[in-house]
Design a protein around this ligand. Structure first.
Ligand SMILES: [Zn+2]
Length: 181
């Protein structure tokens, strides 16, 4: 596995050390490379992608772009809200907003699509957050972590990484024991 670093190593030293120590807790033998760079000037904020193995290249690849500028706000996806057995909606969780309404025409089941926002104060927080999100997709696909391989779970894991980085930038958490709330 190869790290491709295209950010200022000095400025991002705290986050780079932290994400490398986080990644080292897992089996990365099926990852070809992990790239962290400033993007190509087309988008702002933070974004990334986890490529799954293909016939031509049977390895995962993780790409994280962190152009900012900072602070930047990420729009996150939360797990949907379902009505209770009595048909009443539980309150929208604190910090969340309703993104839309969903309905399965086959079963008639309905739900509210929820979103939230995460503030990334600087490039170090940007790296930790987007790396956590993309790493989660790989970890879940290779059954190295709990949860489901959806945007809501990847965002929840990314938010958890960010909180852990803010409190303890010198030591990453035992991530394999992570559980969705
Ligand atoms: Zn994702």
């Amino acid at each position: 596995m190869r790290w491709i670093i295209g950010v200022d190593r000095k400025q991002a030293a705290a986050a780079l050390g932290w994400v490398k120590a986080l990644a080292a807790q897992f089996d990365l033998s099926r990852v070809a490379w992990i790239r962290i760079d400033m993007g190509r000037g087309r988008y702002r904020g933070v974004y990334g992608r986890c490529w799954w193995p293909t016939k031509k290249l049977p390895m995962f690849r993780i790409s994280c772009q962190v152009p900012g500028p900072y602070p930047t706000v990420v729009q996150t996806v939360r797990k949907p809200l379902y009505p209770g057995p009595d048909g009443r909606w539980p309150p929208v969780p604190k910090g969340c907003h309703v993104r839309g309404y969903g309905r399965d025409p086959r079963t008639g089941r309905v739900w509210l699509k929820l979103g939230a926002q995460t503030l990334l104060r600087d490039i170090n927080e940007g790296i930790v957050w987007i790396f956590g999100h993309e790493l989660y997709h790989f970890l879940r696909q290779t059954r190295q972590i709990a949860g489901r391989n959806t945007e809501a779970y990847a965002d929840e894991f990314a938010d958890w990484c960010l909180l852990r980085f803010r409190c303890c930038a010198d030591r990453p958490p035992a991530a394999a024991s992570w559980r969705s709330q």
